[in-house]
Design a protein around this ligand. Structure first.
Ligand code: ZN
Length: 274
């Protein structure tokens, strides 16, 4: 049994978790709640631009853990794949500008492209943007997504596939992001986490609701679903990860609530169920 987290020093919240808030409101809210770290979604940078966002974040004293998200490499035409790479280079620049050391990749998929071909597009795409990432000193994390998203969000659906890509790419600038929502069901998860030793760049938590009412926006609060988060955290830490634990919850239900109260719920759930 893994010991529970007993303080907030490793807690990070994704701005998408408090989607109704602007970046400015996220910064003020997290700071007031004594949450030390933030992962920024591009959605929250768009209205003000990366430069202004970077200034606000540096002034806030919050640790910027990552920028979400890059990826979406597979496409039916060579030109579209090239555009995706260019877009990812811009995302890497944005990460550098806001002080994020990491871009999380939702790698992409297309129902018109078979999965093995899509995975090759992903490897080729990451390979193509790697020099840009190195030059900007921004790492890239491949996040496997639950197989229910294999049609149009990601052809990388298991940690095994992500680990294989990290091996094939062979760069210290590429690792994996492990999200309990996407990986909890995988019978090989423990072994694959062991295999990912020292390449785990991010760890995302929430919970799996039953029933799940929406495939995208019905994630649960830690402790209200069926994922054994402390067990998975124990495996991840045994594999050398000691970074921030990121609360990433897309939930129409929570977005409709008072976001300040939501942060209190998150802190309580984090202390008890992570
Ligand atoms: Zn995630």
């Amino acid at each position: 049994m893994t010991a529970p987290i007993n303080d907030l020093s490793r807690l990070c919240v994704h701005t998408m978790t408090t989607k109704p808030w602007s970046l400015e409101e996220c910064i003020a809210g997290y700071t007031a709640a004594k949450i030390p770290a933030i992962t920024v979604w591009r959605h929250h940078i768009e209205p003000i631009g990366a430069k202004e966002a970077g200034n606000m974040l540096r002034d806030s004293g919050l640790e910027v853990v990552s920028l979400c998200r890059g990826g979406f490499f597979p496409a039916t035409s060579g030109q579209a794949r090239e555009e995706a790479r260019a877009e990812n280079r811009r995302i890497i620049d944005e990460a550098a500008e806001i002080g994020a050391p990491l871009v999380v990749l939702v790698c992409g998929a297309d129902p018109e492209i078979d999965l093995p071909t899509a995975r090759q597009h992903i490897i080729d795409g990451i390979q193509a943007i790697l020099p840009h990432a190195k030059a900007a000193n921004v790492k890239l994390a491949i996040e496997p997504l639950h197989p229910m998203y294999a049609d149009c969000r990601s052809a990388v659906n298991t940690l095994d596939q992500a680990n294989n890509m990290v091996m094939a790419l062979g760069s210290e600038y590429v690792g994996v992001a492990i999200d309990v929502y996407h990986c909890w069901w995988d019978p090989y998860l423990r072994a694959e986490i062991e295999r990912a030793t020292n390449t785990i760049l991010a760890f995302h938590v929430c919970d799996w609701r039953t029933p799940t009412r929406d495939l995208l926006t019905d994630r649960g609060m830690m402790g209200e679903g069926c994922i054994n988060i402390p067990e998975i955290r124990g495996w991840v830490e045994k594999a050398g990860f000691n970074g921030y634990i990121e609360v990433e919850i897309f939930s129409e239900e929570f977005w409709a609530q008072d976001q300040e109260k939501l942060l209190w719920r998150i802190k309580n759930a984090y202390l008890r169920h992570v």
